[in-house]
Design a protein around this ligand. Structure first.
Ligand code: BV8
Ligand code: ZN
Length: 250
């Protein structure tokens, strides 16, 4: 890995010359906004691990407990704002016709920062879906009364979120895979690279010939396929990397 300064210059040159750019984000991009990451120490709630609650089985067994967890997260996220990394990604979208953002996050902070060309692979914490009529609506009640019921049919509502063991929305996944397979540069920000199929988008981009840039606070399994890995806080590193001139250096 070249020294930090030349690595930053190399990343900026690659981005400046890239016509098509795809960004893949995980919980780490929202960490500096105060949103607990999924696997970080601050992600626990009443000593439950997220993986134990974000499942259809947990919801089947005790929907009120799962809703209490989501109410805790909704209340917390409702007070959080995008950070400079979210804004830098939204700005990059405006600078490229061929741009797509694939996020694993459900917090809605990318949209709050102005991102529009994105797929939310794991859903959105501000959307609910009826378990009976499947109607999806936006709901920003904080807290949402438990158990929430569908205005259309009275059925029990669930978060419109993809839980472990559930398949992703085929359109979202397809869009994400196409964006990974067709980009010249993929920027991966704040993901542990553990959850599939989202994590498979990085090797997919690499195999298709993309230059892969990773930003994370610590080394991840994706480091092995990144051409450049930057260790640091997304809110500090991402704005620096994305601050490039569109005139590639000679
Ligand atoms: C699927 C919504 C087909 C929930 C999420 C056994 C049985 C069933 C399935 C599986 C199985 N084994 C494996 C699987 C597949 C499973 C999976 O991958 N499991 C993992 C745990 C091994 N995947 C699935 O089940 C997917 N569906 O495969 O369907 C299928 C069906 C049946 C059977 C087989 C296959 C569905 C996955 C979606 C799960 N839902 N979220 C909710 O949010 O309520 S995933 C969850 O993890 C979040 O969305 C999160 O975004 C995502 C990924 O985590 P990260 O975003 O990476 O967050 P994490 O905390 O892990 O890491 C944060 C990173 O940021 C760290 O690297 C840290 O260093 C860094 N960081 C921290 N601070 C900063 C920072 N970086 C920069 N700056 C900072 N300041
Ligand atoms: Zn309904």
């Amino acid at each position: 890995m070249p020294d930090q300064h030349s690595a930053i210059q190399q990343a900026r040159d690659r981005l400046a010359r890239a016509g098509a750019i795809t960004v893949l984000t995980g919980a780490g991009i929202s960490a500096d906004s105060g949103v607990p990451t999924f696997r970080g120490a601050d992600g626990l709630w009443r000593n439950f691990r997220a993986e134990d609650l974000a499942t259809p089985e947990a919801f089947q067994r005790d929907p009120n407990l799962v809703w209490a967890w989501y109410n805790w997260r909704r209340e917390l996220i409702a007070t959080k704002r995008p950070n400079p990394a979210h804004y830098a990604v939204a700005e990059l979208e405006r600078r490229r016709d061929c741009f797509w953002l694939v996020t694993q996050n459900v917090d809605g902070l990318h949209q709050a920062a102005g991102s529009r060309k994105l797929s939310e692979l794991h859903g959105n914490i501000w959307k609910v879906r009826c378990t009976v009529c499947e109607k999806v609506t936006e709901n920003r009640e904080v807290p949402i009364p438990i158990p929430p019921t569908c205005l259309a049919c009275g059925g029990l509502l669930r978060p419109h979120i993809v839980w472990f063991g559930e398949t992703l929305n085929a359109t979202d996944l397809d869009h994400g895979m196409k964006a990974a397979a067709s980009c010249e540069v993929m920027v991966i920000i704040g993901t542990s690279g553990i959850v599939y199929p989202a994590a498979s988008l990085a090797p997919l981009a690499r195999a298709a010939g993309a230059f892969v840039i990773e930003i994370n606070r610590e080394p991840t399994p994706l480091g092995g396929i990144a051409d450049l890995s930057f260790q640091g806080r997304a809110s500090e590193v991402v704005p620096v990397l994305l601050d490039f001139d569109d005139r590639p250096s000679e």
